[in-house]
Design a protein around this ligand. Structure first.
Ligand code: DSN
Length: 417
């Protein structure tokens, strides 16, 4: 018996149950993935025991010889992979990384401009319930009602009118390529700092499957656990001239000691993402997403923007007359795990919106391909067409479990089904 199961059987049992849940269900949450065993080992290491306020070579506590080396490796791998001048790998996750950008460049009350949350942005891009919308003056751009694409003309005219000091691109429910060069032009025209948040697409950017904002943006933030397939954490990439401001904003501005176990696991994930097979992985994420989108359209689903260029699909379930929450719960009962999501101009409330968000990063990590996407689209259609049919859900849940046996998830070692 492991020491965890002896010392704390309650937590041990719940972790075991969660492992089985992750093994036996189809993970379609667009922001989730399965990390490798190597990333898990680094995350669960003795590095969690060490305090390291400061940066490599400039720490406040002694005993940093290994931590400094780990942090430098993580930074070097991040700058090499993303071709950036500088990387800060200490942010606890994406939201603190974004807050560090605000702290580095703004004073409270300054104007920021990002994609609105219902149009696919993120809370920390100035949404009113977030500190970024409460302590700063926030204006939001949206997407076009007709086609769901970002309207760059609207972004430019709003930016010229509102003169934000910080212009933010990126989001959590954007299924199309973002043209970072246009955002950079607009930021230049108004003298704003251009911040690209690539949390969702970082793995695609690293693999060259989505254009990189690094040549254009003053600062790029990302989580490390979505398409990048690392531990839960954050990175900030920036131009040399902004390095000190951003480093100071992370520490001592926002955080104390970095989470060294996470830094090491980020380093491992960056190593994995620099391998040729990661390019194939990222290409397959997009192929799977486009196959799934195509088959959902054939089953009568309406997709925001009509399809996808990346890992993410946003369905508008209005034609199905099923809310996003009901659909997500019905799918979950059948072992298909996705999330309800607001759609642009959603008439429904965020907790029970009109949309269903789907992503293919995790199923691609299980090596699923187009035949499995066709099967998944068929199941989604069957379940959402009859969302209260429990026997259908149970039946599909068993089939999902069978499918998962043939596509083992990285990092999940329990073999017996
Ligand atoms: N929770 C993340 C997502 O699902 O997109 C964003 O922070």
């Amino acid at each position: 018996m492991s020491s965890l199961s002896v010392i704390d059987p309650a937590i041990s049992t719940l972790i075991d149950q969660e492992t089985l849940r992750q093994r036996d269900t189809i993970r379609l949450i667009a922001s989730e993935n399965y990390v490798s065993q190597a990333v898990l080992e680094a995350t669960g290491s003795v590095l969690t025991n060490k305090y390291s306020e400061g940066y490599a070579g400039r720490r406040y506590y002694e005993g940093q010889e290994n931590i400094d080396a780990i942090e430098r490796i993580a930074q070097n791998r991040a700058t090499a992979l993303f071709k950036a001048d500088h990387a800060n790998v200490q942010s606890y996750s994406g939201s603190p990384a974004n807050l560090a950008v605000f702290l580095a460049f703004l004073k409270p009350g300054d104007t920021v401009m990002g994609l609105s949350l219902p149009a696919g942005g993120h809370l920390t891009h100035g949404w009113h319930v977030s500190i970024t919308g409460k302590f700063f003056r926030s204006v939001s751009y949206g997407v076009r009602k007709e086609d769901g694409y970002i309207d760059y003309d609207e972004v430019r005219s709003l930016a010229k009118k509102e003169k934000p000091k910080l212009l933010i691109a990126g989001g959590t429910a954007i299924s199309r390529i973002i043209d970072f060069s246009i955002f950079a032009d607009i930021a230049n025209e108004i003298g704003a700092i251009f911040h690209a948040d690539i949390a969702h697409i970082a793995g695609l950017v690293a693999a060259g499957v989505h254009p990189s904002p690094v040549p254009y943006a003053d600062v790029v933030t990302s989580t490390t656990h979505k398409t990048l397939r690392g531990p839960r954490g954050g990175i900030i990439l920036c131009k040399e001239e902004h390095k000190s401001a951003l480093d100071r904003a992370v520490f001592p501005g926002l955080q104390g000691g970095p989470h060294n176990h996470t830094t090491a696991a980020i380093a491992v994930a960056l190593h994995e993402a620099s391998q040729p097979q990661f390019v194939t992985y990222a290409q397959n994420i997009v192929k799977n997403s486009q196959a799934l989108a195509q088959h959902l359209i054939e089953q009568g689903f309406s997709l925001i923007s009509g399809g996808t260029d990346n890992h993410l699909i946003l369905c508008d379930l209005t034609p199905q007359q099923v809310s996003g929450k009901i659909a997500a719960q019905a799918l979950n009962n059948a072992g298909i795990v996705a999330n309800c999501n607001s759609i642009p101009f959603d008439p429904r409330k965020p907790f029970d919106p009109s949309g269903l968000r789907i992503g293919t990063a995790a199923v691609t990590s299980r090596n699923m391909k187009e035949p499995q996407m066709i099967q998944i689209a068929t199941w989604i259609h069957q379940i959402i067409s009859d969302p209260t049919n429990e026997s259908l859900q149970n039946n599909i849940r068993n089939q999902v479990k069978e499918l998962c046996v043939s596509f083992p998830a990285p990092g999940i070692l329990i073999a017996d089904h």
